[in-house]
Design a protein around this ligand. Structure first.
Ligand code: SF4
Ligand code: SF4
Length: 348
């Protein structure tokens, strides 16, 4: 086993979600929005700013460079966005500089659309890299082979979005395999949307590929707009019947979310859309009573170039009660606690 393979094996996220005891590996989990936000407590800069200045810092930004996409998935949560919209690269650089000055340490480059369709994709990654901002990428994977290999090697992690709607065919597998093998230090993962009539054979190909290429995990999820459409327990049984090693699979069950309330996450983890505006969280398109499949104005915090003023008012929460479900409830409760005076602190 090579050193890179050994590192990957030690990072495997255990398959504990189906047991009833929800156990998340807090050291390796990148994206568990609904988890207990231990990482916030571990960030000394966030704690320092909260305690001394009652404000947050945008430590992790979500950056959507373009709304263009080379697919047209049925379950797409962004289908009503202006598909032609993308951030001018000069403007993107100004926003990145601003975020860096304000304390940004990491970025998730995601959609909106397919980030690889952004004309200056390689330059964008390079720009974040030079600024020493750690980079995660969410991509549908189809164009990863078109990126400069050095670009891919600058990623900390890459999550490939997949679905039963697409065939995981040999041509695609070969191209993806070449990309993954050339970037062994990147943490690779799949997020696979399971359709209402799950295509087990395709899912098995995806899990097989992940096992073979030392991916950190395969997250199986249902369509967010039809959360009850997949019986994950049944799916797991079918996968195990095929004799597959599913130790890397996270069977993501949809849970009943609470309504939104005082919302602070947008000051810690702002989403910057292809319209160069800042939104309160990465789930805003699903959050309202009638999901918009667009980034809703109601949950917009302002222009990205005004980030300094946005962050300056971070002790004032956005009114999240308009959200019928909140993905960041634990974060919002913790952030409120960090920003407000707490009496009798010693009595933990
Ligand atoms: S790849 Fe993503 S952005 Fe593109 S259509 Fe599918 S879900 Fe939407
Ligand atoms: S209250 Fe709404 S905008 Fe705020 S984190 Fe929750 S879902 Fe997102």
């Amino acid at each position: 086993m090579t050193a890179a393979e050994a590192k990957k094996q030690s990072k495997v996220i255990p398959n504990k979600r189906m047991t009833g005891v929800k156990e998340i590996d807090i050291k390796t989990s990148f994206t568990a929005a609904d988890s207990i936000p231990i990482k916030v407590l571990l960030d000394k800069d966030v704690i320092h700013h909260a305690f001394t200045q009652s404000r947050l810092i945008p430590v992790h930004i979500q950056f959507l460079p373009t709304n263009k996409c080379n697919l047209n998935c049925k379950f797409c949560s962004c289908s009503e966005r202006d598909k032609a919209q993308e951030i001018d690269f000069g403007l993107a650089k100004k926003i990145i500089n601003l975020c860096k000055q304000l304390g940004t340490k990491s970025v998730t480059i995601t959609g909106g659309g397919e980030p690889l369709l952004y004309k200056q994709f390689n330059e964008l990654i390079e720009y974040f890299w030079v600024k020493r901002i750690k980079i995660g990428l969410v991509s549908n994977g189809l164009l990863l082979h078109c990126a400069v290999p050095e670009t891919i090697n600058k990623l900390t992690w890459c999550r490939i979005s997949n679905s039963d709607e697409r065939s995981f065919n040999d041509v695609y597998k070969k191209k993806l395999s070449n990309v993954v093998n050339a970037a062994p230090d990147v943490d690779w993962a799949f997020s696979h949307v399971v359709s209402t009539a799950p295509n087990i054979d395709e899912i098995i190909k995806v899990i097989d590929f992940a096992n073979e290429h030392h991916f950190t995990h395969v997250r199986l999820v249902s369509d967010l707009f039809q959360p009850e459409s997949v019986d994950m327990q049944r799916l797991k049984t079918k996968i195990l019947q095929k004799g597959l090693d599913d130790s890397k699979v996270i069977y993501q069950e949809r849970k009943a979310y609470a309504r939104g309330g005082d919302c602070y996450i947008g000051y810690l983890k702002p989403l910057i859309g292809a319209d160069a505006k800042v939104y309160a969280c990465c789930g805003v398109q699903y959050a309202l009573e009638r999901p918009s499949k667009n980034l809703p104005e109601e949950l917009c915090l302002g222009e990205a170039l005004d980030m300094e003023n946005i962050i300056a008012r971070s002790s004032e929460p956005l009114n999240g009660t308009i959200c019928s479900k909140c993905y960041y409830m634990n974060y919002n409760i913790l952030l409120k606690g960090l920003l407000k005076e707490v009496e009798h602190k010693e009595f933990v």
